[in-house]
Design a binder for this molecule. Sequence first.
Ligand code: GDP
Length: 471
Amino acid sequence: PGSGYEEILRKLYNGITELGFYTKAELKMAVKQIKEEPTSATINRLLALQAGIREHKQSLLKSLSQVKEEDGYALWREQESKDLSDLVQRRIQFLQNPEDCSTAKKLICNLNKGCGFGCQLHHAVYCFLVAYGTQRTLILKSKGWRYHKGGWEEVFKPVSETCLSPEGDSLANWPGKPDTQVLVLPIIDSLLPPRSPYLPPAVPADLAPRLARLHGHPLSWWVGQFLKYLLRPQATISDLLKNTADKLGFKGPIVGVHIRRTDKVGTEAAFHPLDEYMPAVAEWFDQQIANGKTIDKRRVFLASDDPKVISEARTRFPDYEILGDPDIAKTAAIGTRYSDTSLYGIIIDIHFLSRCDFLVCTFSSQVCRVAYEIMQSLHVDASASFRSLDDIYYYGGQNAHNWKVAQSHVAKRKEEIDLKVGDSIAVAGNHWDGYSRGKNRRTGMQGLYPSFKVEDRVEAVKFPTYPEVPL
Ligand code: GDP
């Protein structure tokens, strides 16, 4: 191990022990004070406790980041991450470029699902996952696309160099028969049971052990690989992104904030004021400073479909450098949304959100989930580099997914439920206050439980292993 490794492990042990001493003693004092004099002295004591815990937490997180720096695995992580990505990209290339397009098995996917760009990208990825799982070349139909009539290929590289024709000897709607040459896949919402096993949260079993070791959330990594392939830009788009980076002065350290408003608010998500996003941004920068990093400027890339929020942020948070373009936000409104200008705007916003060091957003929005997924293809493991103000990560239309109880729990209030090690939990959401809500499949009980006691697990499913592609 690295020279400071053992020292940091001891520091972590001490830090956790100290945190225990500190909170125990302070809580004892607080309880005593509440009994004696329920006055402002009690409140002050609790506020001091809160500040004290924050400092302990920063110090522990610093030690933890040092563990990673000192453990000597940095090169291995980088190499493993690159190897896995290269392998998946080669397999996709192989699948998408059959030697004879006239006899190749194909899966037709209509890009133009009646929804926004993030939703359509997820639709395309869903098709791609089924294509990969069934070893059919993905044919992406996009003429008359609501965002760009000329179609996908005028914006991004075509999904194949050798096989774009949807023609074949036999054609059927999904699921068809294994020997039907061309299958047409419906949108995920219309899939009838038995649904495909290749839908999220499935991750290929042949990659799952390596992914689980390397990455904190293999599913978003896996999805990110398909976005990496799909979003290879045509020259006009790469020029646009380069010019925008210069114009914005985009550079790290930077936090990406996505604020989804307009048509989403009150229908699919709640309104969240800027004051909910900015404390999470501040906390990230504070931790960087605690970790010993130099922060020349607190930079934020702010994307929204509401132009007012960008000027509001600039006025109300003058200590931050707010990068973002209100003119882009203007094109995102529902009336102008399905146009070239709007498309370029959302491509720019997703691109730069994904290039940030940390994301603060609402995972109810597909814009932010896409940015998060792309982010996973740009780092070894950025699975923890986000703060969602509402949902936990999910893939729209995903197959049922259960989390596993790692530590038992006895309900302490009527809102809570009991947990036994090994129970399966259908998670409804994280309240981001230490508790999550879910249903215990064993007992049928629904309610709150401490989030840390239940763990997500990798859903390893047998996919084709593409032996033709060298490992
Ligand atoms: P969701 O509705 O938020 O889940 O995401 P979708 O991507 O499916 O649909 C929302 C659409 O609104 C996007 O595709 C954009 O066209 C537009 N939009 C939403 N937020 C932004 C933003 O921050 N920037 C830009 N440029 N457009 C946005």
